[in-house]
Ligand binder design. Structure first.
Ligand SMILES: Cc1cc2nc3c(=O)[nH]c(=O)nc-3n(C[C@H](O)[C@H](O)[C@H](O)COP(=O)(O)OP(=O)(O)OC[C@H]3O[C@@H](n4cnc5c(N)ncnc54)[C@H](O)[C@@H]3O)c2cc1C
Ligand code: SF4
Ligand code: SF4
Ligand code: SF4
Length: 370
């Protein structure tokens, strides 16, 4: 029976683990901890001998499962573009007290506050921070939601928090906010009908081109004479942008490619294709969010927030931009996955290039994340 040892050998130690936190959540004995940026089992115990729960909870081991789930929850398959959706628009929150603490249009925060007020949810899994280190947290109140606003770059096992949300906080209608990988992971647990996933009633995914190791970014900033503790906001466009003391500093995104985890280099989901609602900034003017309502539930939430005057909306200016970003991530992710596979088989860059019919420099660019 495949147990933690196999999970470690096939996913965690190969750099394929997206640190979603599902295995940590699923272990009935709490044997798996988030240690040194990875899910780790510090002590091997007899419980693991005839148990496969953590192995079973890992969506990374099920290639093709995202397509199956897409068909299940969205009614059809559509590979390409930004995924299946009922409505796409640009939006921003009207309440300036919310807007001023948020990353872009404040739509994620506004939706969570709306869903809490309406009783659609009694809490949410969100990402807070310790310095700039992202930390999975449970939000039950307006203050909790506002405290979690803003983007923190860095891997974070959001789903590990689900047990505490249910058991310690007594929640039964939960929204999961996460990157595309977190959303795929929770959809997989729901698809498998794991009882621990049943209180999750809503998913809000953010767009994601790539993520970074927090310590590696801090080191990069140090090289530039900057201290990350003085940064007010990070934001990634075609540049890596840092806001500090009212100033904006930008440098080319290629300079932080060495800070991108391996699992992000092979990732193919840019726009949280399995979320009820996906939100990003690409495609909209500064201070606005691009909002993609995929399910009927997601569409109804946006429509009601509009009706209640909570958000300002307008047609999306730049659909082509996000379609292109989605296509580029899919193509790069697939190619990089194939390159890593051949690399792991022991082929050198020249042999990989010949096998895949691409140039050697393309192989090295992909391995560097460019
Ligand atoms: C790693 C990462 C990469 C991203 N890359 C892109 C991109 O390439 N293009 C693009 O258009 N948008 C990207 N985004 C999304 C963008 O930064 C905003 O999160 C999004 O536009 C929502 O803005 P908002 O004002 O509605 O969010 P807010 O209302 O400020 O709320 C932000 C929410 O994000 C959650 N969050 C914060 N950090 C993380 C994290 N590390 N993992 C999961 N959830 C988190 C918090 O729980 C919070 O509820 C990325 C986000 C992350 C986390
Ligand atoms: S007890 Fe089961 S779920 Fe927990 S670590 Fe061992 S094999 Fe994994
Ligand atoms: S379940 Fe998530 S955290 Fe655990 S090994 Fe798989 S990808 Fe990593
Ligand atoms: S690039 Fe993919 S794996 Fe990496 S954080 Fe974003 S969604 Fe997750």
């Amino acid at each position: 029976m495949p147990n933690y040892d196999e999970l470690e050998a096939k996913v965690i130690n190969t750099g394929s683990c997206t640190v979603c936190g599902a295995c940590i959540l699923a272990c009935p004995n709490s044997h798996i901890k988030f240690l040194e940026g990875k899910p780790k089992r510090p002590k091997k115990t007899l419980d693991c001998v005839s148990c496969n729960i953590c192995y079973d909870a890992c969506y990374v081991l099920r290639p093709g499962i995202a397509e199956e789930i897409e068909g299940e929850i969205l009614g059809r398959l559509e590979k390409g573009g930004i995924g299946i959706h009922r409505r796409i628009l640009a939006a921003k929150v009207k309440d300036q007290n919310i807007a001023k603490v948020c990353q872009d249009g404040g739509i994620v925060t506004a939706m969570l506050l709306y869903a809490l007020n309406k009783g659609l949810i009694d809490g949410a899994l969100v990402v807070g921070r310790d310095g700039w280190m992202p930390v999975a947290a449970t939000a039950k109140t307006r203050d909790d939601v506002l405290l979690a606003s803003g983007t923190k770059y860095g891997v974070v096992p959001v789903l590990k928090e689900l047990r505490a949300a249910i058991v310690d906080h007594g929640l039964s209608n939960i929204c999961v906010v996460g990157s595309p990988c977190h959303i795929q992971a929770i959809r997989y647990l729901k698809h498998r009908s794991l009882p621990i996933a049943s209180p999750v009633k809503l998913t809000i995914g953010v767009f994601c081109r790539e993520n970074y190791y927090v310590h590696a970014i801090s080191e990069k900033l140090k090289e530039k004479g900057l201290d990350s503790s003085q940064v007010d906001k990070f934001n990634v466009t075609d540049d890596f942008n840092i806001y500090t003391g009212g100033k904006k500093l930008s440098f080319p995104i290629t300079e932080v490619k060495s800070c991108v985890p391996r699992h992000c280099l092979t990732c193919q989901d840019y726009s949280s294709e399995l979320a009820d609602i996906a939100v990003g900034s690409d495609g909209s003017p500064e201070g606005w969010s691009t909002v993609v309502a995929r399910t009927a539930q997601g569409e109804a939430i946006i429509a009601d927030m509009e009706k209640e005057g909570l958000i300002e909306t307008m047609p999306l200016e730049n659909l082509a931009t996000i379609e292109e970003l989605a296509a580029r991530k899919r193509e790069k992710g697939k190619q990089t996955r194939d390159i890593f596979k051949l690399k792991d088989e022991g082929l050198d860059n020249k042999a990989i290039a010949a096998r895949l019919g691409i140039t050697e420099s393309r192989v090295s660019h992909r391995l560097e994340g460019t």
